[in-house]
Design a protein around this ligand. Sequence first.
Ligand code: F0G
Length: 470
Amino acid sequence: MKTIIEPFRIKAVEPIKFTTRAERRLALDNAGNNVFRLRAEDVLIDLLTDSGTGAMSSDQWSALMRGDESYAGSRSFVRFHEVVTELTGFRHIIPTHQGRAAERILFHTILKPGQIVLNNTHFDTTRANIEVEDAEARDLVIAEGRIPSFIHPFKGNMDLDRLEHTLATDGDRIVLVMVTVTNNSGGGQPVSLENLRGVRALCTRFGKPFFLDACRFAENAWFIKQREPGQQDRTPREIAREMFSLADGCTMSAKKDGLANIGGFLAMNDDRWAEECRNLLILTEGFPTYGGMAGYDLEAVARGLEEVTEEAYLRYRIRSIEYLAERLTAGGVPIVQPPGGHAVYIDARAMLPTIPPLAYPGVALVNALYVDGGIRACEIGTVMFGLQPDGSEIPAAMDLVRLAIPRRLYTQSHIDYVAEAILEVAANKDALRGYRITSSAKRLRHFTAEFALLENVSTGQHAEASAFAG
Ligand code: F0G
């Protein structure tokens, strides 16, 4: 059989609310033209993020009842610890309530002002948690990874030549080398085992620790199985374990490939760093055997980490994203090629060439998708990354719009609807206009910024009314 079906049946359903175009236009206006500020119930299909938004399995829901809520040394922590140790092999496993808590604890512990962390591409919270320590987050993804239309099997790979050069020239300021699997901000693109081995070898040679940002490790492992010579006969779990074995530690958001709604961990081999991180954890997250999670959360994550490497799940997961990508490509919508593991990224800069990066083509597209189709997507571009530490603003490397697909949540007809709605917006794209920011925070501004529609981009005139024109 050619059809890859959802490898599950549905046991509980959650109704979604239908709205009219006029209702959505009003809702977006009230939200300052920022879809992060919408009420979720006013969204029909929510592709804002794949983080914490997936459906748990019946096994995970029943595991919740096993949750041991003891403050210290709970049975649920023991189980969580066993599963994470079996998967990652790291000596110290430190639970945190989500990925950015692991980042904040790690970076606050190890970084001093002026120091540098290298990564293929830092995710926004990762970058912000480095910059808040007055340290530098430097991206070294391969050149192919910066060209949306370029097809390459492992576009998330680290540029090993630049890594070697950077380690040789700035070595005394570099504290940590990270690789994000899959590379979310670069289009959800995978990193090959060969590349991870190369990073490992350079880190060993220059005496630097190497951590994975492991949020989507299982999707990365599946791509390795599909695309890397010699890996076809291994299980995704074996491949994932080798990925972890090459690193000295990881940060993890269990809201992605933990298949849970909340949770995460920080793991590492270094005893001294681990002790300092645990001390900070107690101060801000909780005791080291729960770290901000409930006992039942630890159970859900433990079970999720087992389910996520099942082949039937990963085959369906990656195929469902490819399916949406194929429909958009057939309709002429420019997307990051090949599609990533958790999302399809539309190249908004290529799709809307008349809207310059500083007029936020990504926001123009996101807002049109919401008003036209009730779909909530996410700008990953100049709003998210364009603001510099000194307060100036430059175009981000790319202006992408991410359609992140929550795990096990939507069916094929939902995805068919999404494709249809996007193609309709694409057919009317000449009506779209850019935006300016009317208020924003100094860091992570995309979450709360408010926008007004630009009247006329070329003359720089601004519209005072914020109504959507599309
Ligand atoms: N690292 C990566 C690569 C991520 O994608 C995320 C979150 C984090 C770290 C932080 O984890 O949310 O649990 O604190 N990404 C979500 C997203 C928010 O929509 O891509 P968190």
